[in-house]
Structures are given as structure tokens and as C-alpha cells.
Ligand binder design. Structure first.
Ligand code: FES
Ligand code: CO
Length: 329
């Protein structure tokens, strides 16, 4: 079921370096979530104090506990209330005094939250730890669209020559050769798709690059770009947090095995440019929810990857990224 499926996915909510001593408020699938860090690691609670409903993210972390800003109830990192200052000495803390705890991990330089009871495994991104590879995080990019629209745009080959004309494609080289899409190891992967790049990554050497795309789960996709005769490889991992029905935050991990001594800024700036070129298009797309009925729109062979994505969402029962109704107590 869709509810289960997106509830049990991991959502990137902020860069790890942004979660320091103060708690933070984030949104996942329409749910208000407080995240905080203590010496044991990172933690996520429903952002609601059971006493009077104040946002726990307004509080602070004291001795490893999250302390509500309103009446200073203190919650330990498994959500148990361990101190209520207003209680006279010796009076027991009510058993129901608890915070709702979600899964939270620090991974790949990001903080991830999972609201589900049966969390899917975290994605694997081996490039992150590879020797002679350097990863930089781009984003978060705020987008008024739901996650599958953003993922689909990333998987769309035939827009590169128009939306990113001069940077990632060339109008004179708009044809997309037939490519294969396979389902291997629980993910979709394409054969190499050659795309003419007038100025790959701002490095001004025109020529064909080969893109290999993968879809890892409903909200995560990646590609690796290589070119014949060169060992250079650029991988981009796109992960989207569906914050609300039509609000998402996209993060991109850019991993390169070249220009390792170069500063990261030009790479990030280039990626920002590319992302903002897509933004108006993605936010303009109707219907807001990706149509999973393949009869609903027209498809070409060059759309094979996005067709595979829509089919997969359909099979998984992900209703194209609607915010599921919370059915937990
Ligand atoms: Fe949080 Fe009262 S509302 S302690
Ligand atoms: Co694009």
C-alpha cells in the first residue's frame, strides 16, 4: 500500500552539519518532526509535546534530553519523559508522558528520517566512500511539486537538449538512441545513453557523454556520466524529501573522481543553475500527481526510463506521491 510504502522510506531532512546543539523542525510527508543531536547520535520525534502540544523543536537539548520550551518537560532520546519540573517531589511521572519517536540516521552527510514501523533499508551509495572520489552536497532545493515529478524530471533524457541547451545538451543533437532499461538487484538501470554535451560540467570540452541512470526507490535516483577515452566519472544521486503534498526538498550528491584539488563551489554553482532551469517546468506540470495510468499521456521510446518509473510506482502502490493520511495513534 502506498501509505506503507512512503511511510517506510527514508527521507533526507537536512545536512548533517546543520544539526548541531539546537533541535530543528522539519517536515516529512506532512508530518511535523523535531530532530536533535546528543552524544548518542541523532533522533527524531513527532514535533509535539504531549503536555500542551507545543513544538518540541522550540526547546533545547540538555544533558542529552530534549527539553520542551513551554514547561520544560524533559524527554530522553527514546522518548520517555524523565523530568516534569512542576511535579512536587516524589510524585511519579505519568506513564503516558512520552514523545512519539521516529527512526533517524546520519548517513552520507545528511540526516534521514523514517516515519514507518518497517523501515526500508537505507540506500547504498558506494561512491561516497570510494578512494579518489569527492562528494559534495547540493541543495536543498525547495520545489512546489511532489517528489515523483522531481525524480521523473531527473530521469528524463530528451529535455537535456532544450532546458539545458548549451550546458548539458545541444538542440542540433536532440535525437535519443534506443536504450535498454533492466531491473537488476531491486533497481532499474539503463544501458549507456549517449548525449552530446557542449560544455560538460562547465569544463568546456564538447563531445558525447554516456549516461547510465538508476532508479533506487520512489524518491531516489542517480546517474553516472562517463565518456569514452576518459576515466572521469561524475555520479549524481538525487534524493527527494516529500515534505507535504506539493512541497519537496531535493538534495543532490555530486561525486567526481577528477579535479579533486579544485574547489567544490563551481560544481555546486553549475548544479544550481541546472536545477533552477528545471524548476519552472517541474512546478508547472499538470496534473500535480504523476499520472500512473500509461494511457493518460503520450510516450515515446526515448521515455522508456520514465515509463519504467511510472510502472514501478504503480506496482509498488505508490500513489504518485500524495501525502498519506496518518493512521497511527
Ligand atoms: Fe511541553 Fe508543557 S507543552 S512541557
Ligand atoms: Co533537467
Amino acid at each position: 500500500m502506498q501509505q506503507d510504502r512512503l511511510w517506510n522510506e527514508w527521507h533526507p531532512v537536512c545536512k548533517a552539519e546543520e544539526l548541531l546543539e539546537d533541535p530543528k523542525q522539519v517536515f516529512v510527508l506532512g508530518e511535523r518532526v523535531a530532530i536533535f543531536r546528543n552524544e548518542k547520535g541523532v533522533h527524531a520525534f513527532k514535533d509535539l509535546c504531549i503536555h500542551r502540544g507545543a513544538a518540541l523543536s522550540l526547546g533545547k537539548v540538555k544533558n542529552g534530553n530534549l527539553v520542551c520550551a513551554y514547561h520544560a518537560w524533559e524527554y530522553d532520546c527514546v522518548g520517555a519523559c524523565v523530568k516534569i519540573p512542576a511535579l512536587p517531589n516524589g510524585r511519579a511521572i505519568p506513564k503516558k508522558a512520552k514523545a512519539t519517536v521516529y527512526h533517524c540516521e546520519e548517513y552520507l552527510g545528511l540526516i534521514w528520517v523514517n516515519l514507518g514501523d518497517n523501515p526500508s533499508p537505507l540506500i547504498s551509495y558506494p561512491e561516497y566512500n570510494m578512494e579518489n572520489h569527492r562528494t559534495v552536497i547540493c541543495g536543498p532545493y525547495d520545489v512546489n511539486a511532489n517528489a515523483p515529478r522531481i525524480i521523473e524530471n531527473f530521469l528524463d533524457v530528451s529535455h537535456l537538449m532544450f532546458v539545458h541547451e548549451g550546458l548539458l545538451g545541444d538542440e542540433e543533437h536532440a535525437e535519443v538512441v534506443d536504450y535498454k532499461v533492466d531491473f537488476i538487484d531491486n533497481r532499474y538501470i539503463t544501458s549507456k545513453i549517449p548525449v552530446y554535451q557542449p560544455n560538460p560540467d562547465g569544463r568546456s570540452k564538447g563531445g558525447y557523454a554516456d549516461y547510465v541512470y538508476e532508479i533506487l526507490n520512489p524518491t531516489t535516483a542517480r546517474f553516472t556520466k562517463t565518456s569514452e577515452g576518459s576515466d572521469d566519472a561524475l555520479t549524481i544521486l538525487l534524493i527527494v524529501n516529500q515534505a507535504g503534498n506539493e512541497q519537496s526538498q531535493a538534495y543532490m550528491l555530486l561525486t567526481r573522481n577528477y579535479d579533486l584539488d579544485m574547489p567544490d563551489e563551481p560544481f555546486v554553482e553549475f548544479q544550481d543553475t541546472i536545477f533552477y532551469q528545471d524548476l519552472d517546468i517541474v512546478q508547472s506540470q499538470k496534473p500535480e500527481l504523476l499520472p500512473l495510468d500509461l494511457q493518460a499521456e503520450l510516450h515515446l521510446k526515448s521515455d522508456a526510463l520514465t515509463i519504467a518509473y511510472r510502472r514501478w510506482l504503480n506496482q509498488l502502490g505508490v500513489e504518485n506521491g500524495t501525502t498519506p493520511v496518518l493512521e497511527r495513534v
